[in-house]
Design a protein around this ligand. Structure first.
Ligand code: MRU
Length: 347
C-alpha cells in the first residue's frame, strides 16, 4: 500500500501534498520546497491530521536540507536544527510533529563524520520509514478496532482521522475502511466539525468515496442521534495523549465524549503509539492551539456571519478526560482505564 496524501518526490527536492483545503471540490497537488512553504502548508491545514503533519514535516526537513547546498557538517547540523525549530512552531498541539522532526534530525547525527551526503541519505531513509511505519500502524489499529464493533453498527465520527490525516486507512476511520474491505456494513454519522469542517469536507468525502454509508450531521445533532439509538460507538483520532490518558483532539471531541457517557455509548480513541506523550503528565500540560477569529466569523461563508467587531474565541482542540474514554486503541494493543498503568505497559 502507498500513501497518496504526502509523497517525497523522486529527486528529493520537494514534498508533494494533496491540498486538503481544496477538498472535496478539487483535488490539487502542491509541491513544497522551502521551510516557509512547509510552515504555511501545515499552519493553513493544507496538510493536517497529527500523523500526516509529522510525515510531511519529516520529509520536508530532509527536502529543505537537500536543497540547502550546505556541505560543511557543522553548518549543516546548525541550519538543520534552526529549520526544525521553525517548522515545529507551525502547530503546537500534535506531538507527532516534533516526534518526526526529532527522528529525522537524529538520523543526520547518526552519520556525523561521514559527510553531508551520508547525513542526507540517512534523513531521506528515516523520513520514508516514518511513513511506512504509519501505514503499518494504521492497518494494525484498524484490525484492533474491528474487534470492538459488529457488522451493522452505527458509528459517530468527529473531525477527520482517515487516510488524508495519516497515510493509509487512518486511525479513527481505519476500522470502517478496513471493515468495508472485509465485507462489514457500517452506518457512519459524521459530525461536520465546526469551524473548519474537517468532518464535512474530508470525512464524509473519504467514507463516501470508499462506498461506506455516511450521514453528515451538524455538531449539535450528536446528542439526538445518540438518544435515538443510532450510535453504537464513537470513533475519534487524537493529537496528543497524556500519560494519564487525557487526550487532546479536535475541538468538540470532549463534548461528544460527555454525551457518549450520558447515553452509555462506548467512546474510542484511535492513535499510533507515537501520539502518546509520556513526558506529558496530564491534559493540563497539553498546549492548545488558538486560531484566527475569522475562521468562525467568515471562513466558508459568502458573507460574514457575525459583526467584524465581535470577539471570537477559537481554540482548535480540547482535552477529553481519561475517565470518559472507553479505550485507547493503538497498533500495540487496546488500553483501558486506568491509563497510567495500561499506557506505560505499552512502552
Ligand atoms: O486541526 P486538524 O484538522 O489538524 O485536527 C486534526 C484532528 O484533531 C485529528 O482528529 C487528529 O489529528 C487525528 S488524525 C489521525
Amino acid at each position: 500500500m502507498k500513501a497518496e496524501n504526502v509523497i517525497l518526490s523522486e529527486d528529493g527536492k520537494s514534498v508533494i501534498i494533496t491540498d486538503q483545503t481544496q477538498l472535496p471540490n478539487r483535488t490539487v497537488h502542491i509541491a513544497l520546497k522551502t521551510a516557509e512553504e512547509l510552515y504555511d502548508a501545515i499552519y493553513e491545514l493544507k496538510v493536517r491530521g497529527a500523523p500526516a503533519i509529522g510525515i510531511c514535516a519529516g520529509m520536508g526537513l530532509y527536502v529543505v536540507m537537500n536543497n540547502s547546498g550546505e556541505n560543511d557538517e557543522e553548518s549543516f547540523l546548525t541550519k538543520l536544527h534552526k529549520v526544525l525549530v521553525y517548522i515545529n512552531s507551525s502547530r503546537p498541539t500534535a506531538v507527532n510533529l516534533r516526534h518526526a522532526l526529532d527522528r529525522v534530525e537524529n538520523a543526520a547525527h547518526s552519520e556525523r563524520s561521514n559527510g553531508v551526503d551520508a547525513m542526507l541519505d540517512a534523513m531521506r531513509k528515516e523520513s520514508i520509514a516514518i511513513q511506512d511505519e504509519d501505514i503499518e500502524m494504521c492497518r494494525k489499529i484498524s484490525e484492533y478496532g474491528l474487534t470492538l464493533v459488529k457488522d451493522g453498527d452505527g458509528i459517530l465520527t468527529h473531525c477527520n482521522a482517515g487516510p488524508l490525516a495519516t497515510s493509509c486507512y487512518g486511525t479513527g476511520l481505519g476500522t470502517l475502511l478496513l471493515g468495508k474491505e472485509k465485507g462489514y456494513t457500517f452506518h457512519a454519522f459524521t459530525d461536520e466539525t465546526r469551524p473548519l469542517l474537517q468532518g464535512a469536507r474530508l470525512t464524509s468525502y473519504e467514507l463516501d468515496k470508499a462506498g461506506i454509508d455516511v450521514t453528515l450531521i451538524c455538531d449539535n445533532m450528536a446528542s439526538l442521534v445518540m438518544k435515538q439509538g443510532k450510535i453504537n460507538a464513537c470513533f475519534v483520532g487524537c493529537d496528543r495523549v497524556a500519560a494519564n490518558g487525557d487526550t487532546a483532539n479536535k475541538i468538540g471531541t470532549s463534548g461528544v465524549a460527555v454525551l457518549a457517557k450520558h447515553y452509555g455509548v462506548p467512546f474510542y480513541v484511535f492513535c499510533p503509539s507515537s501520539t502518546i506523550d509520556m513526558n506529558c503528565k496530564t491534559g493540563a500540560d497539553i498546549v492548545i492551539e488558538e486560531r484566527e477569529p475569522d475562521e468562525i466569523r467568515t471562513k466558508f461563508y459568502a458573507e460574514p456571519m457575525a459583526p467584524a467587531s465581535v470577539k471570537c474565541y477559537n481554540p482548535a482542540f480540547d482535552v477529553t478526560d481519561a475517565e470518559l474514554i472507553t479505550a485507547i486503541v493503538t497498533e500495540r494493543g487496546i488500553c483501558r482505564y486506568p491509563y497510567t498503568e495500561s499506557l506505560s505497559k505499552l512502552f
